[in-house]
Unconditional design. Structure first.
Length: 730
């Protein structure tokens, strides 16, 4: 029988705690849309589907998807495990876990599309696999999905033997390649920012930076016709069908007083103050006509939208579902009224938010708004469906997924709402008297107070700056007594830039690369003295502007609203593993070192090591953590504790022994078996490392799970080393 080990049951429990939030969301109503799986309305239907997915996955050699389906059926549906791995064990949580780094993930409706290594996985929002994974011929660096979810663009910077940019567009959900192309790259070229894809999948635009020349350019890759290179542009906002037009930011913005975008069409560049993309169309406010909205038609030409009123300052627009959402901005004063003496009186109108159907905007002269509301708006980050409207004291929400649009009251603010923003799954409200208010997207107040500036780093942490440049670190909570407000002790608060590690291990405030402070984000207290002259710690943060209910964590998806926890096994991405007697020692991709406790399935974090690239042993036989040059950074000592000073720190480590399984790279010899090499076609994935300690089975380490394999399964996952490749480099 397969034994699911580690703390994945805890992760399942945490996810279940979030289900009222997740299932209460308008997104969570079963998979729909073109090409989707049969909507799941009953638990029995889902049980049948998981059994079918397991069968299909095993036939296709996709063991990973089969394990996910079995884990979901066991933990969420109460089904007895199918025992896919025999006497082998899975260490870690299979749900939302993937074998290699996630290069991109996309939420469309209630479907999650995840690109991990050389495969595309499709999941329901609750983590159940929808189908067998789709194999790719390469491992992409990043990806982009069309707004309707029909096309997935995958991009890879290939370094050898020829430097080139590979672009492939995949039709979803079937996985058929629509087109692919390669573009030559120079030494020093790297991908920059997020790519964009045309609504019909006919073109992809990628920003490329030449790090040596400090130059940027756009590469427009088209399914028909030659690729086009556009120098001095980056941060593409969108691209039209066939790549004949696009919106992007010019490099000149770095030195300009006013930031603009450019509409690139017909060999001309038109400065744009605001813009957004719809299905095959665009909407812009040009610098030449700041009081009007123009629709960018399929051929790249501009046509005015008949608004019936002029735009004011800070007009905004966004794409939400099938709608263009437009706010008229802060109106200029009008003098249409007079007092009793006949003197003109300046009268200000209220900002107005309008909803237009994109399908009607190909005829902009006759298009009419579907809904008009007073107030300012923000597009929610948790889904494409929620648009929040602030007017006076009232904050309302419009669900653009409903057949009829209507504003529903969400909360009442203590002062007039002047501006609304949606960041990291939270709402930031600018109120009167220079106050800010942070709320959840379902209207619960998490913090309120005066602020010269405020930045939401993630759903639970807020940076507040006062007029005196002092910096407060705020732990957000619904109950005021559970909030934490800590004044950070900074040498020069004016110059400090704060970065929060996505795993909540550290908060770094940096004035430069060599002058920085480190704090514990849970308490706001300093973690040691500021270092001067030493390198800053590597920080992996979450883009607060990124949308969706889930965020990627190396090779896992984690619920965006998952509260910070000291149980780091929930955030586990193994990099290496070894057994010391019966205890399992694990180094993860975030530098944390875990050791199994006496209670089976629990792990203690005994320390953290920056820039650790693997595990090895010292000449004395101690387990050590090493850098990319195999120099020892830390050693495991009795306790267990992690020692980072004194001998043998800094010396060169020795490799682990081949062990009972005679492990060498990805080759191994099972007890009483032949020489085998791990074969991805037998299981659908490749581990990052194989380890053979004296106790236990063969450890196959992936980026989210560790497999402790028994000889029977290990033989099935390998192929005979007929050519003697195991010892070819001896």
């Amino acid at each position: 029988m397969m034994m699911i080990f580690g703390r994945w049951c805890v992760m399942a429990a945490v996810a279940c705690l979030l289900l009222p939030t997740i299932w209460g969301h308008p997104l969570m109503a079963g998979e729909g849309g073109k090409g989707g799986a049969t909507p799941v309305s009953k638990e029995g239907d889902l049980k049948v589907r998981m059994k079918a997915v397991m069968t299909e996955a095993l036939k296709a050699g996709d063991l990973w998807t089969a394990i996910q389906a079995d884990a979901f059926a066991t933990s969420r549906l109460g089904v007895r495990s199918a025992g896919l791995l025999g006497a082998s064990e899975v260490i870690g949580d299979p749900l939302f876990a993937f074998p290699q780094r996630i290069s991109s993930h996309h939420q469309h409706g209630d479907t999650l599309v995840v690109v991990s290594g050389s495969r595309i996985y499709r999941l329901g929002i609750d983590g159940h696999p929808l189908a067998v994974s789709i194999p790719l011929s390469f491992v992409p660096d990043t990806g982009v999905m069309s707004q309707d979810g029909r096309f997935l663009g995958l991009i890879d910077r290939q370094n050898g033997p020829v430097r080139q940019l590979k672009v492939s567009v995949i039709a979803m959900p079937g996985g058929t390649e629509v087109f692919s192309a390669v573009i030559p790259l120079a030494v020093g070229d790297s991908l920059h920012g997020s790519p964009q894809i045309a609504a019909d999948g006919s073109a992809v635009v990628v920003a490329v930076m030449d790090e040596e020349e400090e130059a940027v350019r756009l590469e427009v890759v088209r399914g028909s016709g030659k690729a086009v290179s556009v120098p001095a542009y980056f941060r593409p906002l969108g691209v039209g069908a066939g790549g004949i037009w696009g919106l992007a930011e010019p490099l000149s913005n770095r030195e300009a007083d006013e930031r603009v975008w450019m509409l690139l069409a017909g060999g001309q560049a038109t400065p744009v103050l605001a813009g957004t993309m719809g299905p095959g169309l665009g909407a812009v406010i040009t610098q030449a006509a700041p009081a009007e909205v123009h629709i960018v038609l399929a051929d790249g030409t501009l046509a005015p939208l008949a608004l019936g009123q002029s735009l004011g300052r800070r007009a905004r627009m966004a794409q939400a579902g099938d709608y263009l959402v437009l706010n008229t901005g802060i109106p200029s004063s009008r003098t249409e009224e007079v007092d009793l003496l006949g003197t003109p009186i300046a009268v200000a109108t209220t900002p107005t938010t309008m909803f237009y159907r994109w399908s009607e905007l190909d005829q902009p002269s006759t298009a009419k708004p579907v809904l008009v509301l007073p107030g300012v708006f923000a597009h929610g980050r948790l889904s494409e469906r929620s648009v929040f409207i602030g007017n006076g004291l009232q904050l309302s929400v419009v669900d653009v997924g409903q057949p009829t649009l209507a504003a529903k009251p969400l909360m009442t603010a203590p002062r007039d709402i002047r501006f609304v923003d949606a960041v990291a799954g939270r709402l930031m409200l600018w109120l009167g008297n220079d106050e800010r208010l942070v709320a959840s997207e379902d209207g619960r107040v998490l913090w309120q107070g005066p602020a010269a500036a405020a930045y939401v780093h993630d759903p639970w942490y807020l940076e507040v700056r006062g007029e005196d440049h002092a910096v407060d670190w705020v732990r957000l909570a619904e109950k005021p007594e559970e909030r934490l407000v800590m004044r950070l002790k900074l040498a020069n608060p004016k110059l400090q830039e704060l970065e929060l590690d996505r795993y909540h291990r550290r908060l770094v405030a940096a004035a430069s690369r060599s002058e920085w402070h480190e704090f514990d984000p849970l308490t706001g207290k300093p973690s040691g003295d500021p270092l001067r002259g030493g390198p800053r710690p590597r920080i992996d943060s979450v883009n607060a502007r990124e949308g969706g209910l889930m965020v990627s964590q190396f090779a896992r998806l984690v619920p965006r609203l998952l509260p910070p926890s000291d149980d780091s096994t929930l955030r586990w991405n193994p990099l290496d593993a070894w057994r010391v007697g019966p205890s399992l020692v694990v180094l993860d991709h975030h530098g944390q070192v875990h050791v199994a406790g006496r209670k089976r399935g629990t792990y203690q974090v005994i320390g953290s090591v920056d820039r650790a690239e693997g595990m090895a042993q010292s000449t004395a036989g101690d387990v050590v953590m090493v850098d990319e040059e195999n120099h020892i950074l830390a050693r495991l000592a009795t306790g267990p504790t992690l020692v980072t000073a004194g001998p043998p720190i800094g010396t060169v480590a020795e490799p682990f022994p081949e062990g009972p399984w005679r492990v060498k790279n990805l080759f191994y010899i099972p007890p009483r078996g032949p020489s085998l090499g791990w074969d991805a076609s037998h299981g659908g994935f490749i581990p990052s490392r194989l380890r053979s300690p004296q106790m236990g089975g063969l450890l196959a380490v992936t980026a989210s799970l560790i497999f402790d394999l028994d000889p029977a399964l290990a033989k099935q996952l390998g192929a005979l080393d007929k050519s003697g490749l195991r010892d070819a480099d001896d």
